[in-house]
Design a protein around this ligand. Structure first.
Ligand code: AGP
Length: 625
């Protein structure tokens, strides 16, 4: 029986709550805690969030106040006369589920004496929740976070630090949490497991935060917690223990960054920070979505059982960068699953009379989930009675609320107008969708793509850490009135995204072409020194692209080649500059190829002194037609 489509709701896995990329602050010391907590949260606002809350340790329990929406909603209701000297605060940015008061952090145990806040994803929260409920614990939110205070409560009689070590043993996933207890009124406990946590040493007390930005007005002396470590801080002492529970010494680092630099993680621009964050975003995007046998866990992805079987055709709609992700997904879905796919720019789709045959699923892809043209396309498809799914980065966005299924990209907040990590995580989610469709619809034997997707974070991180300056190539591109990008097959779509990056932030005219199409007109524009970026992410059709490059070289064009390391030698006689990318399975190579193209655009734009994060005439979210 085909799946029944209904609006995403609490009983629909598309709305399963996972919190991620949140802001965390904590204080214990001689001063009242609340002023620091509120200021710290304000300093973390740039990260994006959908609710906020604080917990203060008081003699008779923990005072908790929290509110959905802006920090100002919390400030309006919190009792500012509370003198507590110990507390924790949180801004939540959910990747799944509704941003409600109940789901906002902090969360408490059954007694109201323990409170916890958390960033990241607890993969085994369902099992833990069931276990704790069976033992009599009562839950009051849909979050994965709430298992933490109940796990701590389950260790009644132990110190807060020992209870936190127990919780760390039980929790699976990538996360960081802080907790306080009225039974240990001086202490804040912190656990880091792959989500950042920094400890600040102040004059009057000690601090904890997910991000140095929150601490800078109070202290510049910090200790960074490593993965697996647990810290207990009081106003006077700091104790850090490693995974085995052994006390470790940690050197104090003095931070020289300005607050603005710190909000960008020390990078000069959000765009560069977001480019460098991609390997982590890729890990977050894949986390918990792959089963032991390399199968895709559909419910974790946001789909329901039976959704894929009834898909006969897919209509993808999107704008800008998201449209380019769709063009790549079209190739993947058609090639791997043999399901026909049509891709339309949302602003065109909305005014067409699209022929959507029965069995068509419309998939709208949008980072913000607020793009007016894409939302209009969604309405059109829904009014025509078709199931509509979304791939988006923003929980609670209009798109997420409007569609029948939501597949979240989990890239974390993207601040720079120029989309980078949202794009590559869109590709990852669409690759998972393509692979899942192939599992249902294709009878052709094929090697699993999953291990290759899983290797991307490692390959990307290694490549980014070795990033070399492109020197003269940057100067050549920056001084050219026009730049051309070419590629064949899926690399044409990769090239389209590359040229958009360059145009958007450097203001240099750029165009992308299928490599074989140049000779049908555009070759007339190639003359001495005109830069041509040739994308060969996997080396597919390499001899053909080589011929096209020769046509460019014969007219004096200057070629910059993006090609796998193992094939870089093929460009020795042709390219002025070669950017080798890691050699990997050709199906996932387009994701890696995005990195050099993003960095090329970034380096050119900064060399020209452009306002990289806020390019002229553009908005992060295009909510008008
Ligand atoms: C990308 O760098 C652009 N800023 C732009 O093309 C963007 O991708 C487009 O406006 C679509 O936005 P959305 O993903 O939020 O819908």
């Amino acid at each position: 029986m085909p799946p029944q489509y209904r609006q995403a709701g609490p009983d629909n896995p598309s709305r399963k709550v996972i919190t991620h990329v949140c802001g965390i602050v904590g204080y214990t010391g001689a001063d009242p805690a609340l002023p620091f907590l509120l200021e710290g949260l304000e300093r973390l606002e740039y990260r994006g969030y959908d609710s906020a809350g604080v917990a203060l340790v008081e003699p008779d329990g923990v005072y908790v106040e929290k509110a959905a929406g802006r920090l100002s909603s919390l400030v309006a209701i919190v009792d500012k006369s509370r003198p507590a000297h110990v507390g924790i605060g949180h801004t939540r940015w959910a990747t799944h589920g509704p941003p409600t008061d109940d789901n906002a952090h902090p969360h408490t145990d059954c007694t109201g004496r323990i409170a916890a806040i958390h960033n990241g994803i607890i993969e085994n929260y369902r099992e833990l929740r069931a276990e704790l409920q069976a033992a009599g614990h009562v839950f009051s939110s849909e979050t994965d976070t709430e298992v933490i205070p109940h796990l701590l409560e389950a260790r009644a009689g132990y110190s807060l630090g020992d209870a936190a070590l127990y919780a760390r043993q039980r929790l699976e996933g990538a996360y960081a949490f802080l907790a306080v207890s009225a039974d240990e009124p001086d202490a804040v406990v912190a656990v880091r497991q792959a989500s950042p946590l920094v400890l600040g040493l102040g004059e009057t007390g000690n601090y904890l935060a997910s991000d140095i930005t929150a601490l800078l007005p109070y202290t510049r002396d910090v200790m960074i917690l490593d993965n697996g470590e647990m810290a207990v801080i009081t106003g006077r002492d700091v104790e850090i223990r490693d995974g085995a529970g052994t006390v470790v010494e940690r050197a104090v680092s003095h931070i020289e960054w300005t607050a603005e630099e710190a909000s960008r993680g020390g990078y000069p621009h959000f765009m560069l920070k977001e480019i460098m964050e991609q390997p982590d975003a890729w890990s977050d995007c894949l986390r918990g979505r792959i089963g032991a046998d390399d199968s895709i866990l559909l419910e974790e992805l946001g789909l329901c059982p039976g959704d894929l079987e009834s898909v006969d055709r897919i209509q993808l709609i999107a704008a800008g960068t998201a449209y380019h992700a769709c063009l790549i997904a079209q190739r993947w879905i058609e090639e791997w699953a043999r399901v026909p796919v049509r891709v339309d720019v949302s602003s065109e789709f909305r005014y067409q009379r699209p022929i959507l045959s029965p069995g068509t699923v419309v998939v709208a892809v949008s980072q913000s989930g607020e793009t007016a043209d894409t939302l209009a396309g969604v309405s059109l498809a829904k009014d025509a009675g078709f199931p509509v799914w979304a791939v988006t980065n923003v929980v609670g966005s209009t798109l997420a609320r409007e569609v029948h299924r939501v597949l979240y990209t989990r890239a974390g907040p993207e601040v720079s107008v120029c989309s980078t990590k949202a794009y590559t995580t869109q590709l990852l989610v669409l690759a998972l969708l393509a692979d899942a469709l192939a599992g249902v619809h294709s009878t052709e034997p094929r090697a699993s793509v999953i291990p290759h997707l899983q290797s991307l974070p490692g390959l990307g991180a290694e490549w980014l850490s070795e990033r070399r300056s492109l020197g003269p190539a940057i100067t050549r591109v920056a001084s050219s009135p026009s730049v051309f990008y070419i590629g064949r097959g899926v690399d044409y779509a990769v090239a389209l995204e590359g040229q958009l990056k360059l145009k958007e932030i450097s203001y240099i005219h750029a165009e992308a072409y299928p490599a074989g199409e140049l000779k049908h007109g555009t070759l007339a524009l190639i003359e001495q020194g005109v830069p041509v970026v040739a994308v060969m992410s996997s080396g597919a059709l390499l001899p053909k692209v080589r011929s096209n490059i020769m046509e460019v070289r014969a007219r004096g064009g200057s070629v910059l080649a993006v090609i796998p390391e193992s094939l870089a030698g093929e460009m020795d006689d042709l390219a002025e500059t070669t950017i080798p990318i890691p050699t990997t399975d050709e199906r996932v190579a387009p994701i890696l190829a995005a990195l050099p193209l993003q960095l090329l655009a970034y380096d050119v734009a900064t060399s020209l002194g452009r306002d990289v994060d806020k390019p002229r005439n553009l908005a992060k979210s295009v909510t008008v037609e």
